[in-house]
Design a protein around this ligand. Structure first.
Ligand SMILES: CC(C)(COP(=O)(O)OP(=O)(O)OC[C@H]1O[C@@H](n2cnc3c(N)ncnc32)[C@H](O)[C@@H]1OP(=O)(O)O)[C@@H](O)C(=O)NCCC(=O)NCCS
Length: 178
């Protein structure tokens, strides 16, 4: 249904187009306005982030790899705790189809089974219902509100913390899951 792969030069136009959506700026830390130079900087930084263990960045594409559906990444990796956070966004036209849930499930499985991560986290704004639903469909448990947890665009925000541990019950997942 979806594939995850590292971002490439050919993704730049679709990355710029998807980040024109204000919802992404509102709920994530991506640059705003998001320009070609921002997409290129993200591409250029990705290999170093990955090799240093700081994080991992993927684009979410359709099975034939002809359409960029969104992005997902491992951010704020804390190797000392074997813990990491997943962050994601979909292009507006790719929403409402379960792609983000599937991508989160793939990244979570990769972290548990290939990287040895023992705690996965997702943090969302309190009013980001769509992202909270993604976390819960992907089997993450709602832990509570972290007050004044993160500064985003010069403002300090309360965030909801979700987590998934390797022994948690299987995710409700997506309908027709593959
Ligand atoms: C957060 C975000 C990725 C969620 O996108 P989404 O499309 O709602 O999430 P999914 O891809 O998991 O799709 C779930 C939706 O598809 C529907 N759906 C359709 N077919 C489905 C299927 N086979 N399986 C599961 N869900 C399906 C679900 O019912 C749900 O829609 P609903 O909320 O109206 O019930 C998106 O809103 C976004 O990019 N927001 C801006 C950036 C952002 O907030 N990022 C997260 C920061 S924490």
């Amino acid at each position: 249904m979806v594939l995850l792969r590292p971002p490439e030069e050919r993704d730049v136009p679709a990355l710029v187009a998807m980040h024109a959506d204000e919802r992404i700026a509102r709920f994530t830390g991506v640059p705003w306005p998001y320009r070609e130079i921002d997409a290129r900087a993200w591409l250029a930084a990705a290999p170093g982030r990955r090799s240093s263990g700081e994080g991992a960045d993927f684009v979410i594409v359709d099975r034939a790899d002809t359409e960029l559906l969104g992005t997902i990444g491992l951010v704020r990796v804390r190797w000392e705790d074997m813990a990491a956070e997943a962050g994601y966004s979909l292009a507006a036209g790719a929403r409402g189809k379960g792609y983000a849930t599937r991508a989160v499930m793939l990244v979570t499985d990769w972290c548990f089974h290939s990287l040895g991560i023992r705690r996965m986290e997702i943090t969302t704004h309190l009013d980001n219902d769509a992202s909270q639903a993604v976390a819960e469909r992907a089997g993450y448990q709602r832990e509570g509100v972290l007050r004044g947890y993160r500064v985003l665009r010069d403002r300090r925000w309360d965030l909801l913390m979700f987590s998934r541990l390797p022994g948690d019950p299987p995710p409700p997942g997506i309908r027709g899951s593959e």
